[in-house]
Ligand binder design. Sequence first.
Ligand SMILES: NC(=O)c1ccc[n+]([C@@H]2O[C@H](COP(=O)([O-])OP(=O)(O)OC[C@H]3O[C@@H](n4cnc5c(N)ncnc54)[C@H](OP(=O)(O)O)[C@@H]3O)[C@@H](O)[C@H]2O)c1
Length: 290
Amino acid sequence: MPTPQDLSGKTYIVTGANSGIGYEAAKNFASRGATVALVCRSESRGRDAVASIVAATGNARVSLYVADFSLLSSVSKVADALLADLPVIDVLCNNAGGANGPRTVTAEGFETTFVTNHLSGFLLMRKLLGRMLGEGNTGMKRVVFTSSYGHNNSPLDFDDLNLEKDYTTLKAYGRSKLMNLLTARELQRRHGDRNIVSSSFHPGAVRTPIWGKGGLVGRVLGVVLYPFMVSVEQGADTFIWLASSQDEASVNAGGHYFYKRGRPRTAAFATDDAAAKLWQVSERLIEPYL
Ligand SMILES: NC(=O)c1ccc[n+]([C@@H]2O[C@H](COP(=O)([O-])OP(=O)(O)OC[C@H]3O[C@@H](n4cnc5c(N)ncnc54)[C@H](OP(=O)(O)O)[C@@H]3O)[C@@H](O)[C@H]2O)c1
């Protein structure tokens, strides 16, 4: 195996970084010398993660930002804090997410899975993009979206993005993960000529705490799939590769969806038209929070 590239001087943002593959990826970037901003929902879990990464890597340039991704107002504030603190942003890892039990609607009027897994990451990316691509920000930039094989579950229904008509845990989750894949592709189409590489990936079925947080469906699936799941280290491999490798395939990953560093077939309904439309609709929904 070649020696992993040194990331000194690079600044990484990882959302959902206190646990699972987000934690594993953040620790890897820190171990290679990067400045790493962890964006977490819980201040105490986030502090524990920072302390554990600093202890494991000896890198003190690891900091915590707190945001609840079910609320766009919270994500907007954290984006402002990141912009205030970080003059350069090299890599944004949009990873926070999960499944939910029965349908709930946030105080801002969005179905919880839709806003947490898609709209919030979209808003964060939109608010940080100017900094990533702005003047003086030289070198290749990357945005990585944690999608899922679950994107195959269901096509989007643009008339029912809040799943008022036919909510199920799996439909909400699958659609949100399709949105991650489509957003990565459309970001590349719009800005790929500006030295940015935007990609998405499926980590595999991974032994992380996520299975205990998705209501009854999540818990049952977690038990059934447990014997077949891979370790967190294995699940984070493609994530880390997309976010940091100089391999030709990683550098040219823009617009594509990966699994085990390869490019599997995506759902037939993951079309470029759906990607373009999703971007436009998402822009309208986040506009009050920009
Ligand atoms: N595990 C798998 O088999 C699998 C398969 C396909 C895709 N994925 C995707 O991989 C990503 C990471 O999941 P994981 O498996 O590593 O699970 P995890 O350990 O539960 O990590 C999920 C992270 O997202 C954070 N998060 C969830 N809701 C949030 C909210 N409202 N605001 C802010 N942060 C929030 C969690 O924070 P808390 O710790 O506070 O909950 C946690 O840090 C997710 O996007 C998931 O959809 C996982």
